[in-house]
Structure formats: structure tokens, C-alpha cells
Write a protein that binds this ligand. Structure first.
Ligand code: MF3
Ligand code: CO
Length: 250
């Protein structure tokens, strides 16, 4: 069952999205070689709490941090650590918050110093695939139109979407129905209608094999060491059309 949000809930989520986007932007400005991902995590938690919100991931199924920091072949759910970022790395930062009873979720992948051509291609294709998905969020479309747009775009660029993890509804819970895979046929699933709020999050990699989880029981890595990237926005569908909530403004 997809829960529909009222306009006043969407107004709160819009403010949550603004806070989250500004927070992630501030973190990204601190990303440089020689930094640890733990230091980025501490900054993230401080900024979220200062804004009167709580980290959404910390404590979620025992997850120990505010952000997920996934480097190079780490796909998602990398735990922040004292590992130092180095030139040529790519870093996926996933961040969520909870405020006034409602969750918000977003992610981006950033280059550290100069990155090679393959990494640059991966970042550009993954981000563009998110926008291809977002473009399909319109009243009357089917849910899988989003999935298909992402998956077919990524495939056309010679890269591979992660199939084991998916986008999701979001609101009173971090993960609500429906699941939003980043692949599949168009024209299936429920019709999109005002009040729906989705976290759309393509995870893309250079190798085709399924991912695996490290012994820490969190960090998801590619099977053969290929690079992975992750971009995510939370979007609301309203009577006036799509509203991308995780955009900072100005
Ligand atoms: N952004 C991730 C998601 O949408 C959340 C990270 S999982 C957590 O599912 F356990 F770290 F919270
Ligand atoms: Co998410």
C-alpha cells in the first residue's frame, strides 16, 4: 500500500529536504584528499542536530553512523572510518534525517581530486540516470516507467544497475512501499498520483555481476572490484506536478 501524503506533510518534507540538501552540500565542500570519512560523518551529525533534526540512519537496524560513505568499489552502506580519501577516489555519500515525524533521504557521489575517464563516465551516467527517472514522475504514469527509464539509460551507456537494492517510498518511515527498482519493463505497477513521495536512487557499477556484503555486515561491494556510484533524490508528486524535495534552493 502506497501511503499518500497530505499537502501539510509535503510542506514539512520540503523543509526537511531543504535542510538535508544544505547539509550534504556543506559536507561535500569539506571533501578533499587526506580527510577521513569519519570526520565527514561527525560534521553531518552536528549539522543535522543543529537544524533541529535527527540522523535517520543512525540506529536503523543497528547502523552506527549518520552517513554512509562508500569509496570506489563500495556501492552503498559503507561505514565511515579513519580511512583517508586519496586523489582519484570516488566517494558516495548517503544521508538521511528525521524531523517533525517525517524522513528525508538523499545521496550523491563526488570525485576526490582528478579521477580517470572511466570513473568520470560512471558519475555522469549515474547522475543522468537519476534525472531520467525523475522526468517520468508525472501524474498518470506507471511506477515502472521510472524504473525502466533509469535502467535502459544506464544499459545504453554500457554500465550496469545494481539489482539487489532499490528506491522506495518514504514518509513516516524511512522505507515505505513501493519498492522502486532501477530496471524493468515500462507500463507496470500503480499509476502515479498526487501525494506520492519517492526516494529514487540509482546505484550503478562498471561490472555486471551481483554485489556482495563485507564481513562488517553492512558494506556492499562490487563482485570484481569495479567502481560504483550512487545518486538519490526524494521527490513528491503534487497537484501541480513534481516537486524535488532534496534541492537546497538558491
Ligand atoms: N539511503 C539508504 C536507503 O535508502 C539508507 C541507508 S541504510 C541505513 O535505503 F541502514 F544505513 F540506514
Ligand atoms: Co534511500
Amino acid at each position: 500500500m502506497i501511503s499518500l501524503k497530505t499537502p501539510s506533510e509535503i510542506a514539512i518534507m520540503r523543509e526537511n529536504g531543504r535542510i538535508l540538501a544544505l547539509t550534504l552540500r556543506a559536507i561535500c565542500e569539506e571533501v578533499t584528499l587526506g580527510k577521513s570519512t569519519a570526520s565527514l560523518d561527525h560534521l553531518a551529525e552536528a549539522l543535522i542536530r543543529k537544524a533541529g533534526a535527527k540522523p535517520a540512519f543512525k540506529g536503523y537496524q543497528g547502523y552506527p553512523a549518520t552517513i554512509c560513505a562508500s569509496i570506489n568499489d563500495e556501492v552503498v552502506h559503507g561505514i565511515p572510518s579513519e580511512r583517508l580519501l586519496k586523489a582519484g577516489d570516488i566517494l558516495s555519500i548517503d544521508i538521511g534525517l528525521f524531523r517533525e515525524g517525517l524522513y528525508m533521504d538523499m545521496a550523491t557521489t563526488v570525485p576526490i581530486g582528478d579521477i580517470d575517464e572511466a570513473a568520470d563516465h560512471l558519475l555522469r551516467v549515474t547522475e543522468e540516470s537519476l534525472w531520467q527517472g525523475i522526468k517520468r514522475v508525472t501524474i498518470g504514469n506507471r511506477l515502472s516507467d521510472i524504473s525502466h527509464a533509469i535502467g535502459s539509460y544506464v544499459k545504453s551507456k554500457g554500465l550496469h544497475v545494481v539489482r539487489e537494492y532499490v528506491g522506495h517510498g518514504i514518509g513516516r518511515k524511512l522505507h515505505e512501499d513501493p519498492q522502486i527498482p532501477n530496471y524493468g519493463l515500462p507500463g507496470q505497477g500503480p499509476r502515479l498520483q498526487p501525494g506520492m513521495v519517492f526516494a529514487i536512487e540509482p546505484m550503478v557499477k562498471t561490472d555486471p555481476e551481483p554485489t556482495r556484503v563485507l564481513d562488517d555486515n553492512w558494506t556492499v561491494v562490487t563482485a570484481t572490484g569495479g567502481l560504483a556510484a550512487h545518486f538519490e533524490h526524494t521527490v513528491a508528486l503534487t497537484e501541480r506536478g513534481i516537486d524535488i524535495l532534496t534541492i537546497g534552493g538558491e
